[in-house]
Design a protein around this ligand. Structure first.
Ligand code: PNW
Length: 472
């Protein structure tokens, strides 16, 4: 192998954001501490059969108490930015009204610690931990939840807007709506396709109302809308497979992109959903609210889906181990097959070219919006041996996707940053602690953090500002 020189062959632009991401429920633990209320995930993990091995996130990786150590790890890696989410039930235990200052204080301390280490905080307002009292009232299928979210957004911005510049509204509305309310593999675990479409609309509305609530407090915030996008390939050129690909692209990608960026829902998706939903929940002005201009499209990218219109494949590309319904309302007959690529331990196809397709597609169909990769990464079965984790597969995954980012930037696509998912191993939702996405290994028995080979390589990449030429 060649020695790593300090001049990388693939140089990223000055100011490129080099980050890593986490979310509150997956890392914090201390779920009963200092006035925090219950979230839908606290309820869900206690129901039998919802999470592999019945694991909970009551302790998770104890970040609530260890955040100073974790910021020190980030500083060691040389991250220029850290993406995290705030726990709504820590800040508003009832989901509305009374504010728990102790909850806000935690994020004030975290943000100050980040700023002290020259790490830019990128704050996500909602990463799936809805206060349980709001679910009891109806959850995301209920329109009022969007308004409660806008109030929450205003409250957090009032407390942290002086020191946090980058704000993201709703992480991956597709997952929150369809894994939460259609397939039921995520909290609150409902299997009600009609309700899931209402949830999707109200998550979009929550995004738009939050953009307006933040803007109302002044021009300081740079606001991001989040989507999880996939490259999608039909299993063959048969009409049934082509139609399946159109349907999945419609529900996964265009339903959210068109809403946020164009203020409309795609006509073909509305038609696909005609047996499920009549869209009577869309009120005058909603689509204008949802498409209120924002600053950055936060793109989470993991994989390519290969889809077929014929039975025989899986009901989804990413199904939980606990069994679930379909997360594809109106298109339950579509089946997911392997396209012949290597997979991660989630079974997700590895395809960095898919990331380029996704970025090109957004740049072409929704021109002008700056983009940031807000999540990208892979789970593998890591082995800690002699105090180190030699995770070459994860390193290669991130290397390949960063090369694609460089290609995209060279092609003129306005890509401003990259956040690896995840900074540390953590609670992987329905998979519990069974899947490790971290750059940093966590020993769940001792909470010891150990940077993996991928973390050391990422630190080196950040320090040099780019990547070496590909090995010959
Ligand atoms: C994203 N799917 O979740 C989330 O934003 C993270 O919290 C999560 O840990 C990460 O990706 C890895 O899973 C997803 O079933 C969960 O298609 C499931 C799906 C997609 C994204």
């Amino acid at each position: 192998t060649q020695p790593e020189t300090d001049v990388p062959a693939l140089v990223f632009p000055t100011g490129f954001v080099w980050g890593a991401a986490t979310s509150a429920y997956q890392i914090e633990g201390s779920t009963g501490a200092e006035g925090r209320g219950p979230s839908i995930w606290d309820t869900f993990v206690r129901q039998p059969g919802r999470v592999l091995n019945g694991e909970t996130a009551d302790v998770a990786i104890d970040h609530y108490r260890r955040y100073r150590d974790d910021v020190a790890v980030m500083a060691d890696l040389g991250l220029t930015a850290y993406r995290f989410s705030v726990s709504w039930p820590r800040i508003q235990p009832d989901g509305a009204g009374a504010v728990n200052e102790a909850g806000l204080d935690f994020y004030r301390r975290l943000v100050d610690e980040l700023l002290d280490h020259d790490i830019e905080p990128w704050l996500t307002l909602y990463h799936w931990d809805l206060p349980q009292p709001l679910e009891d009232l109806g959850g995301w299928p209920l329109r009022d939840t969007s308004k409660r979210f806008a109030d929450f957004a205003a409250c957090v911005h009032q407390a942290l807007g002086d020191r946090v510049r980058n704000w993201t509204t709703v992480n991956e509305p597709w997952c929150a709506a369809f894994l939460g309310y259609a397939s039921g593999e995520h909290a609150p675990g409902r299997r009600d396709p009609a309700a899931s479409i209402r949830a999707a609309h109200h998550l979009n509305l929550a995004h738009g109302l939050a953009v307006q609530a933040l803007r109302a407090q002044g021009p300081g915030a740079r606001i991001g809308g989040s989507v999880n996008l996939y490259a999608i390939t039909p299993a063959s050129q048969d009409e049934a497979d082509l139609d399946a690909a159109r349907r999945i692209d419609g529900l996964q990608n265009r339903f959210f992109l068109d809403a946020l960026m164009k203020g409309s829902y795609p006509e073909d998706v509305i038609a696909d959903l005609s047996e499920v939903a009549d869209f009577d929940f869309v009120q005058d002005g909603d689509m204008e609210t949802i498409s209120t201009p924002f600053d950055t499209l936060m793109v989470n990218y993991y994989s390519r889906f290969t889809v077929s219109g014929k039975p025989g494949g899986a009901a989804s590309a990413a199904a939980a181990p606990t069994g679930a319904g379909s997360p594809w309302p109106g298109s339950e007959q579509v089946s997911f097959v392997n396209g012949g690529r290597p997979v991660t331990s989630m079974g997700w196809e590895i395809d960095d070219i898919g990331l380029l397709e996704v970025l090109q597609r957004v740049a072409r169909d929704y021109p002008g919006i700056p983009m940031v990769i807000s999540e990208n990464g892979a789970a593998f079965d890591d082995v800690l041996a002699d105090g180190a984790v030699d995770d070459q597969e994860r390193l290669a995954y991130i290397d390949a996707h960063l090369r694609t980012c460089h290609t995209a930037i060279e092609a003129g696509i306005p890509l401003k940053g990259y956040f690896a998912w995840s900074l540390m191993d953590n609670f992987e939702w329905a998979w519990g602690y069974g899947k490790r996405f971290g750059l940093v290994h966590v020993d769940y028995a001792t909470q010891l953090r150990t940077p993996k080979a991928s973390a050391l390589w990422y630190a080196d990449t950040i320090r040099r500002g780019g990547l070496s030429a590909p090995a010959e």
